[in-house]
Design a protein around this ligand. Structure first.
Ligand code: SF4
Ligand code: SF4
Length: 169
């Protein structure tokens, strides 16, 4: 159960994790939505039909990880900022110099926005600094002009831990 502070527990997170084999294959969505509320923009935002809310609109979203391409388009659709994409093996498939790093795509609603190549602080769900993170990409779609999608490189073992960023002073 999500704890009293509204922060997901290990048990909550286990329920929304893709199978190991899918995580190894590449970028994949993680929908950290744990409260039954009438909400569903994530369903319409996915061009692959990978997110579904079955039956009652208060039900939690379900993800078909085989349909998800890890594009990240659904991230900015979520009013609860509950959608992320992780790519645990990003550095092994790119020319990045940050070996053993993974990619996290997350929603961000503060200004100013960071820029590609900036070094920012990678924060936990509780807002604690976990690491320095290099910004790979900043995407602001016309449709969702308030919520940017920030892609950052973090140590591979932190892709399920870093869920926010802070721009250092
Ligand atoms: S990351 Fe892309 S493919 Fe995956 S659920 Fe989100 S919109 Fe769909
Ligand atoms: S849009 Fe966000 S809060 Fe709404 S159902 Fe989807 S994941 Fe949950």
């Amino acid at each position: 159960m999500i704890n009293k502070t509204g922060i997901a527990t290990r048990e909550d997170l286990r329920k929304v994790m893709p199978p190991e084999e899918r995580l190894e294959r590449g970028a994949c969505v993680i929908v950290e939505c744990f409260e039954r509320i009438p909400c569903n923009p994530c369903v319409d935002a996915c061009p692959k039909g990978a997110i579904e809310i079955k039956g009652n609109i208060n039900n939690l979203p379900e993800v078909d990880f085989e349909k998800c391409t890890g594009c990240g388009l659904c991230i900015s659709s979520c009013p609860g900022l509950a959608i992320f994409v992780i790519d645990r093996n990003y550095s092994s498939r790119t020319t990045t110099t940050n070996h053993d790093h993974g990619l996290v795509m997350l929603p961000y609603e503060f200004l100013p926005l960071p820029k590609a190549d900036d070094i920012v602080e990678g924060l936990s769900r509780e807002g604690k600094k976990l690491c320095d993170a290099r910004v790979v990409r900043v995407l602001l779609t016309k449709k969702q002009d308030r919520t940017a999608i920030i892609s950052i490189l973090v140590p591979r073992d932190l892709v399920m831990e870093v869920r926010n960023i802070r721009i250092p002073e």
